[in-house]
Structures are given as structure tokens and as C-alpha cells.
Design a protein around this ligand. Structure first.
Ligand SMILES: Nc1nc2c(c(=O)[nH]1)N[C@H]1C(S)=C(S)[C@@H](COP(=O)(O)O)O[C@H]1N2
Ligand SMILES: [Mo]
Length: 265
């Protein structure tokens, strides 16, 4: 196994205010999603995006759950950004897609959604994009700043319309973690993190197509969380009510090995 973080991230007890706010946000999200089941996308999308904006304006007032991660200037971009964990998936299907410049790659989005969908790279590129310069912090003890461009996950969720019982977003990756080609890397976040304005499905790094070493063709950027949450080599996004039935049941490859699911900075 390559690039194993050598210690778990520090776990902080969430403040009572944070817990209350998180509950309020989930309740708001659930109520909104439930109410939107019968609405068309044009009616459904704005409230979802508005929720993300509410979270970020709450952030500006210093309320924890919607806080924005710090953004940096172009001058602060790191000249070197390590590749960590998998840097070239040992998966013949993935390698065939690399050879084909990801023409045949598509992101599956399914699970507890009204409209299961497949998105080609060009379909994702056609959606409104966001660019942000952020710092990546790995629990192995290194950090690096890069510019990321991608589609806010909220936009993709607005297309597939999560059902009222959806609570988590699970990211399934192309890289097997076991020598026999099984045990694919995976991660998960909750819906609050999923609709946060800085949560992106990124297809560009520092203005270039995302390199294989950093997760081509698509990776998650979830800027308020430690490095291992930023799933690379995305193949499928699944909306679930619980992740107990997936792999080791703890919501992620490293979580199954004992790391915290809440990897908030
Ligand atoms: N699919 C996949 N995603 C992954 C990993 C991995 O091994 N496989 N490693 C994680 C860890 S621990 C870190 S620090 C970052 C590293 O991203 P980078 O290679 O762009 O530096 O990716 C995360 N996402
Ligand atoms: Mo990491």
C-alpha cells in the first residue's frame, strides 16, 4: 500500500452550536428536498444553490457549518504538488480510458435520486464552473496550494434530484487498493458538505487538464476536509441513507482502517 497516512487526524468534539446548526441545516435540506420532489429542475435548482449560499453567508458571520475554506492568490500556488496514495491506478479498464483520453469515461450518479444519470466529461464541462485556489492538507504532514476548476457538486445534485431519504454522497473510485485488483478507494460526505459552494468535481488543476497523478479525469475537492476525503479517479457517485453496507461500513477507505469520518480542518 502506497502513501498510507501515518496517523489519524485529530478529532475535535463538535461544539454544541455546531451540532445544533448542523441539525438545522439537515432538517432544512431534508424538508426542501422532500418538498421539491414534484418540481421541475428550474424550480428545484435555485433553492438548492440558495442553501449553499446561505451556508456560506452564515460562514461570513462566523457560524461554523457553512464556513468557507481559505482561498489564496495565484502567486501562492505551490511549485510542486505531490501525488499521494494512488498515482496511476492499477486497473486495465482505467488504463484503457487513459489511452482513449477519457472519451469513453462517464460519471454515473445513482442511488437515492429521482433521475439517475451519466455525465460525460464534456457534459460536466458544459455546466457552470467554479475556480478556487486552496490548500490541500494531508495527514502525512504535508500541504500544497493549487488552483482547481470544476463543477460544483450542488449543480450535479440538482440534475439528479436527491430523494428525501438521501443523507450521504458516496464517491467510488477507479483505483483498487488490494494487490488482487479489488477494494476500490471510496469516500463519503454528508449533504451539507456536498452543497457547500467550494465542493467541486474538479477536472482542471492549475489551468491544465487534471493529470493522472492527481486523479484524472475527475476528482473531488472538499476544501474544509483533510486530504484523504478528496477522492481521485471518480467513476460513480451514489446517494445513500447510510454507508453501513459499503465496504467496511465506515464511509471511506481510510475510515475503514480507523481514520475519522469527520475530517474537518
Ligand atoms: N482514489 C483515490 N483518491 C485519493 C487517494 C487515493 O489513494 N486514491 N489518496 C488520498 C490522499 S491520502 C490524499 S493526501 C490525496 C492526494 O491527492 P494528490 O495525489 O493530488 O496529492 O488524495 C486522496 N484521494
Ligand atoms: Mo493524505
Amino acid at each position: 500500500m502506497i502513501g498510507a497516512p501515518d496517523r489519524p487526524p485529530g478529532s475535535r468534539a463538535p461544539s454544541a452550536r455546531r451540532v445544533l446548526l448542523a441539525r438545522a441545516v439537515s432538517a432544512l435540506g431534508a424538508a426542501m428536498l422532500a418538498g421539491c420532489d414534484r418540481l421541475s429542475r428550474s424550480e428545484w435548482l435555485p433553492p438548492l444553490l440558495a442553501l449553499g449560499e446561505k451556508l456560506s453567508s452564515a460562514a461570513q458571520r462566523g457560524l461554523a457549518p457553512g464556513a468557507l475554506a481559505q482561498e489564496f492568490s495565484v502567486a501562492e500556488i505551490s511549485p510542486l504538488f505531490r501525488s499521494n496514495g494512488t498515482s496511476d491506478p492499477d486497473n486495465p479498464d482505467y488504463q484503457a480510458m487513459v489511452d482513449n483520453r477519457f472519451e469513453n469515461w462517464a460519471l454515473e450518479v445513482d442511488g437515492l435520486v429521482e433521475q439517475p444519470s451519466r455525465f460525460s466529461l464534456s457534459a460536466l464541462r458544459a455546466l457552470p464552473a467554479r475556480t478556487q485556489i486552496t490548500r490541500h492538507d494531508c495527514v502525512e504532514g504535508w500541504s500544497a496550494i493549487a488552483q482547481w476548476t470544476g463543477v460544483p457538486l450542488a449543480q450535479v445534485l440538482a440534475h439528479v434530484r436527491p430523494r428525501a431519504d438521501a443523507r450521504y454522497v458516496v464517491f467510488h473510485c477507479a483505483d483498487p487498493m488490494e494487490p488482487d485488483g479489488t477494494g476500490f478507494y471510496y469516500e463519503s460526505i454528508d449533504l451539507e458538505e456536498a452543497v457547500h459552494p467550494q465542493t467541486l468535481l474538479a477536472y482542471e488543476m492549475n489551468g491544465e487538464r487534471l493529470p493522472v497523478a492527481h486523479g484524472a479525469p475527475l476528482r473531488l475537492r472538499v476544501e474544509r476536509q483533510l486530504g484523504y476525503k478528496h477522492a481521485k479517479y471518480l467513476m460513480r457517485i451514489e446517494l445513500v441513507a447510510s454507508f453501513a453496507h459499503i465496504a467496511g461500513g465506515r464511509g471511506g477507505y481510510w475510515e475503514d482502517l480507523g481514520y475519522q469520518w469527520h475530517a474537518g480542518l
